[in-house]
Ligand binder design. Structure first.
Ligand code: AMP
Ligand code: ZN
Length: 114
């Protein structure tokens, strides 16, 4: 989608600090990290929110989750712990309307989230 920030990172129209890429997904460091490790994992297909997922998107969402687990191991936070978050719509704080899985780790997390 032409006016989507994350589609522009996928298309390399704007730079991203990319840590992993496959045919269907991209992972890059968050520009405003909320933890020592903060990676965003996105599908290359534009999907605005979790509410817009179709049955056919199940595989790519699975790849996103598996990639979070793989990256956590590579970052050395698999055993100490990490958090994965999808924010959906305004009350959850979604600001970029192209679904993204936050992978956060490297510090003690609190619960409930703010
Ligand atoms: P959310 O609030 O769940 O929609 O998350 C959007 C995330 O995108 C935030 O954590 C932002 O810091 C991050 N973000 C915004 N612009 C960029 C960018 N150009 N490169 C990397 N991350 C970004
Ligand atoms: Zn997009």
């Amino acid at each position: 989608m032409s006016d989507c920030l994350f589609c522009k990172i996928i298309d390399k129209e704007i730079p991203g600090d990319i840590v992993f890429e496959s045919d269907d997904i991209l992972a890059f460091n968050d520009i405003t990290p909320q933890a020592p490790h903060h990676v965003l994992i996105i599908p290359k297909k534009h999907i605005a929110t979790l509410n817009d997922l179709k049955n056919e998107d199940r595989l790519v969402v699975g790849e996103m989750v598996k990639t979070a687990s793989t990256l956590a191991a590579e970052l050395g936070i698999a055993e100490t712990g990490y958090r994965t978050v999808f924010n959906c719509n305004a009350e959850a704080g979604q600001t970029v309307f192209h679904i993204h899985l936050h992978l956060l780790g490297g510090r003690q997390m609190s619960w409930p989230p703010g």
